[in-house]
Design a protein around this ligand. Structure first.
Ligand code: GCO
Length: 419
């Protein structure tokens, strides 16, 4: 369903900025035209950048040595103003952030007023920077007390998530333009319940199935709870869809494999919540070429440039996925994530340009694509891969917390809106 290849980092290239700069000046400087009002932003999540999220399940497992330590992360909790200054400076007009449930409700039923006030300052700061706000309520981390009750695998925990969503709507909703209740439900389910790589490291399909269904239920109930407070709120999820194609174009088995992967990985969850989404948030990273053989479904023949994590890139896949979403659901689409780990920064600019060009083509062909959020504004904590992958438009020096804008971020200056 979801394949996260092992990290093969090319760390030794990290410092070679002279080479990068030389390459960047060679890059073509073509103007990218996007519709007026199109959001161009960057995405992030609380645990990956804030630092010291001591009340969630990841932190707990980090201390037990089961996943890398996040520690201070990028210290975004204290440096958000500086980060938003940079976002504005490089030409963004939107940001996708997440609120950390474990900060809001560190123990059951006790809401931290200071944490709520903090997020209010964060959201106000975004507004003052002219950055439209997309907010995720659950981006992979659970309060430890919820994790101890078996998280989303236990349906009686759904009520706690809905109560938290309602609280955010009441306390902070006026400062939020776009909502994602949940980030990547099937990646979360796969990694935490099937692959056993993320807390609670389960390898239990039944648990996975329950969790998946409960996430859909949690979304639907949270959707209605938020709408009750804010009838005009625009709410969806961030959905990681993979572009699947048949390795042998006319082979019935390969085509069936594509059908199955599309259904289970891309559309099953969306179908469950299709009456409770005002737009679709699409996270796009992966394409698969599926061939069926004696040992099951295998991925074949992936070409295209490879990121530092070994992920092959295929910009045209974003076009196919958007058109399919348009056809199936007829709703506006925001690209809620699309990004590349590329420490040398020699692929990022072309990567962004090509994906934006395919978004443009989808718009020309009738899809209502309203925005694009690059993953991520800064380098950050990449879950079980720790701090090695460098996704950022901005490089972080983790010793000093110094921010350095990478040359590829120049691309946003080449975007013009057409009226
Ligand atoms: C995910 C998340 C992000 C990742 C990003 C890069 O897909 O796992 O939404 O938290 O950091 O996608 O892998």
């Amino acid at each position: 369903m979801y394949n996260r290849p092992s990290t093969k980092m090319r760390r030794f290239f990290d410092a070679k900025y002279s080479i990068i700069n030389a390459r960047m000046t060679e890059q073509k400087q073509t103007i990218i035209r996007l519709p007026k009002g199109f959001l161009i932003g960057a995405a992030s999540s609380s645990h990956q950048v804030e630092g010291n999220n001591i009340h969630n399940d990841w932190w707990h497992q980090e201390q037990l040595g089961r996943v890398p330590k996040s520690g201070l992360a990028t210290d975004h909790w204290n440096r958000f103003e500086e980060d938003f200054d940079i976002a504005k400076q490089i030409g963004l007009n939107a940001m996708r952030i997440s609120i950390e449930w474990s900060r809001i409700e560190p123990t059951e039923g006790k809401f931290d007023v200071a944490a709520i006030a903090h997020y209010k300052r964060v959201l106000e700061s975004l507004r003052k920077h002219g950055l439209t706000r997309m907010v995720t309520l659950f981006h992979f981390t659970l309060p430890q007390w919820v994790a101890e009750k078996d998280g989303f695998a236990n349906s009686s925990n759904i009520q706690y998530f809905v109560r938290y969503a309602k609280l955010i709507a009441e306390e902070l909703g006026e400062e939020i333009e776009l909502w994602n209740t949940i980030n990547e439900p099937e990646v979360f389910t796969y990694m935490s319940s099937l692959a056993g790589k993320w807390p609670p490291f389960a390898k239990n399909p039944l648990r996975g199935f329950k969790q998946f269904r409960n996430l859909a239920k949690a979304h639907k109930l949270a959707y209605h709870a938020i709408k009750k407070v804010l009838p005009n709120a625009q709410i969806s999820i961030a959905k990681n869809n993979v572009y699947n194609e048949a390795y042998r174009k006319n082979n019935a088995l390969d085509k069936m494999a594509v059908w199955f992967q599309d259904w289970s990985g891309n559309y099953w969850f969306l179908n469950m919540i299709k009456n409770e989404m005002d737009f679709i948030g699409l996270n796009y990273y992966f394409y698969h070429s599926l061939g069926v053989g004696l040992n099951g479904i295998k991925q074949k023949n992936l070409t295209g440039p490879k990121s530092d994590m070994g992920w092959r890139t295929y910009p045209k896949g974003i076009y196919h996925l958007i058109m399919e979403l348009h056809k199936r659901y007829g709703k506006p689409v925001y690209i809620t994530e699309n990004g590349i780990a590329n420490a040398r920064d020699d692929m990022r600019q072309d990567f962004i340009r090509q994906h934006l060009e395919w978004c443009n083509k989808a718009i020309t062909d009738g899809a209502d694509v309203k925005g694009y959020f690059y993953w991520s504004l800064t380098d950050n904590y990449e879950w079980s891969d720790g701090y090695d992958p460098k996704f950022g438009l901005v490089e972080i020096n983790y010793e000093t917390q110094k921010r350095t804008i990478r040359p590829s971020a120049e691309i946003f200056k080449q975007i013009k809106s057409s009226s």
